[in-house]
Ligand binder design. Structure first.
Ligand code: SF4
Length: 121
């Protein structure tokens, strides 16, 4: 049995097919597509970009992202976890606001410098 998927590693967006048993991949224009298809079949992961609330008037919310990929089936758990996170101080870019998400080495970090008196986002 084969599974079809679109490679998201680069803008080419190759249409891939992977054999579920043998892990043979076709449709890829480069070797990264093979690794993507196998990972997508066996251990799919994504990086996440979202926002968290703050108590600062200039920044009702701030943009954050994971600094690596997390398991696809943990994405909603992370979104729920971040609903309870509230930033209370001005932070520089790449400040870790959640360490080691779900026991991984992935952190959630800020994506912009926050400065007192700035206009929000
Ligand atoms: S297979 Fe290679 S060329 Fe095609 S989308 Fe993936 S990374 Fe890009």
């Amino acid at each position: 049995m084969k599974k079809s998927l679109t490679c998201i590693v680069c803008p080419n967006g190759c249409r891939l097919e992977i054999d579920v048993q043998s892990h043979d991949v076709s449709g890829n224009k480069c070797p990264r597509g093979i690794a993507f298809a196998i990972n997508e079949l066996t251990d799919p992961k994504r990086s996440i970009t979202t926002t968290v609330r703050t108590t600062l008037s200039e920044y009702p919310v701030i943009s954050v992202r994971t600094d690596g990929d997390i398991a696809k089936d943990k994405i909603m758990d992370l979104i729920h976890l971040l609903k309870d996170v509230v930033v209370t101080e001005y932070l520089p870019i790449k400040t870790i606001i959640v360490h080691n998400v779900f026991g991984t080495d992935v952190n959630v970090i800020t994506t912009a410098n926050m400065q007192k008196g700035d206009k929000c986002l």
